[in-house]
Design a protein around this ligand. Structure first.
Ligand SMILES: Cc1cc2nc3c(=O)[nH]c(=O)nc-3n(C[C@H](O)[C@H](O)[C@H](O)COP(=O)(O)OP(=O)(O)OC[C@H]3O[C@@H](n4cnc5c(N)ncnc54)[C@H](O)[C@@H]3O)c2cc1C
Length: 390
């Protein structure tokens, strides 16, 4: 049955309702529309997010870039993106170089600013007549075996499936009664942009130092780099700490980028791994941070959400008449639950390993890094895991 015909009798009805005006919400609406499925997208404009996402730069994996190309978002983003061709990882005196050419790919990841990515998605939505954007948060949700009913601004909407893409504090998750828990890393993720004296050359740098994890990532401007610093230092965003830290970065990178000057303000967010009991329930699916969060040490968060979406896309192909059917949601749960958990726990173990500060541990870590640095196949394996994780 054609989904459009099936729902046209109800002015505020569509097979899928997506909640969340972030990147994952926009991509979910776009993905459904490319399947020919009509969508109600509840997306109040993001204005001045208080969690620092505006200053965040995503390291997008090749899988994510492929999706953006398929959805027609990529052409508007290409200009403002930066291809990362090499990554240098340091711990003490040890160093590993990971390069795209080692794995026979063009790039390791693509750097893009949150605001540019979201704008690109929002522009693409305007060309999709299947998407009806509602600029309000829903205030009520009723879920029955037949479908969901939502109200917003005194209007009633109905759908066969509700997709919660409403972030780590998901309202949809709470309404659907999906249980969750979290591990607090007792660290802040500090995000800042630095202007460098010398061009960065598309090279990303990461190091593990005194329990902190620092990533310095190249941006489209050849003299701008984005920093993600995971630290337990108190008041890490104060001007004094950031300036002192910029000087330390200069020393650690042997001045290769020259002097670093803070552009704009630094922001921070507490780092947590959030796990959900399930990623779906009756007529409900969760994607992105609504379903899981991870430590940002591998730049994985958004990419993990895109993998949720790729699973849904696959499932919708064989459930066009009712994307919220129990069989579709069971397939989604099967496709994602274990994989997401595996990624979450792998990153958690990695975080524990690289945050250890005991001298014996440091020696073991440096030894491990030297082994990786001198073993081509191991390096290739690491790159493959980083760019197209299974
Ligand atoms: C410091 C830090 C650095 C990071 N770096 C990277 C990186 O390099 N690469 C990467 O892949 N990931 C990174 N991440 C993770 C990444 O930011 C998240 O995984 C990603 O933003 C999740 O997107 P989302 O759309 O699921 O959630 P969000 O970005 O949180 O979006 C949720 C949206 O839903 C809206 N919303 C909330 N409630 C409602 C409601 N009731 N109705 C309607 N709308 C609602 C919100 O306003 C928001 O617009 C990082 C995270 C941190 C903390």
């Amino acid at each position: 049955m054609n989904t459009k015909t099936q729902t046209s009798s109800h002015a505020h009805s569509a097979p899928i309702a997506v909640i969340g005006g972030g990147v994952l919400g926009a991509l979910t609406a776009l993905t459904a529309s490319h399947q020919g499925i009509e969508v109600l997208w509840f997306a109040p404009p993001e204005a001045g997010r208080s969690d620092g996402a505006d200053a965040r730069n995503y390291a997008l994996s090749p899988l994510t870039v492929d999706l953006l190309k398929r959805l027609g978002v990529w052409p508007s983003l290409e200009q403002s993106s930066c291809l990362v061709s090499r990554m240098e990882v340091y711990s003490g005196a040890a160093r590993i170089d990971l390069s795209a050419s080692d794995a026979g790919t063009e790039f390791l990841s693509v750097m893009l600013l949150h605001r540019d990515l979201l704008n690109g998605c929002e522009q693409a939505v305007k060309f999709r007549p299947q998407i009806q954007r509602i600029s309000h948060r829903p205030d009520q949700l009723t879920i029955t075996p037949e479908g969901v009913t939502l109200t917003a601004e005194e209007r009633t909407y109905s759908a066969q499936l509700i997709v919660g893409a409403d972030g780590a504090r998901s309202w949809v998750r709470a309404q659907a009664g999906i249980l969750w828990g979290q591990r607090d890393y007792a660290q802040q993720g500090v995000v800042a942009t630095f202007r460098t004296e010398y061009p960065h050359g598309g090279i990303a740098v990461q190091w593990f130092d005194e329990g902190d994890i620092l990533a310095l990532l190249p941006l489209a401007d050849p003299n701008l780099m984005s920093m993600v610093w995971s630290t337990s230092r108190p008041e890490p965003t104060s001007e004094m700490v950031i300036n002192e830290f910029a000087a330390r970065i200069g020393e650690r990178t042997s001045g290769r980028f020259g002097a670093l000057t803070l552009e704009g303000e630094a922001s921070s967010a507490p780092l947590r791994m959030m796990l959900t009991d399930r990623q779906s329930s009756l007529r409900t699916a969760l994607v992105g941070d609504a379903a899981h969060t991870v430590h940002p040490l591998a730049g994985y968060g958004l990419n993990l959400g895109v993998q949720d979406l790729l699973s849904l896309e696959d499932i919708w192909k064989s459930h066009r008449t009712d994307p919220g059917a129990a069989a579709a949601l069971t397939a989604y749960e099967k496709a994602r639950h274990r994989r997401v958990r595996r990624v979450q726990w792998s990153l958690d173990v990695l975080q524990r390993l690289v945050s250890q500060n005991h001298p014996t541990f440091l020696k073991i870590r440096e030894f491990g890094m030297r082994v990786v640095a001198n073993t081509g196949p191991l390096r290739q394996f690491l790159i493959k895991q980083a760019i197209s994780p299974q």
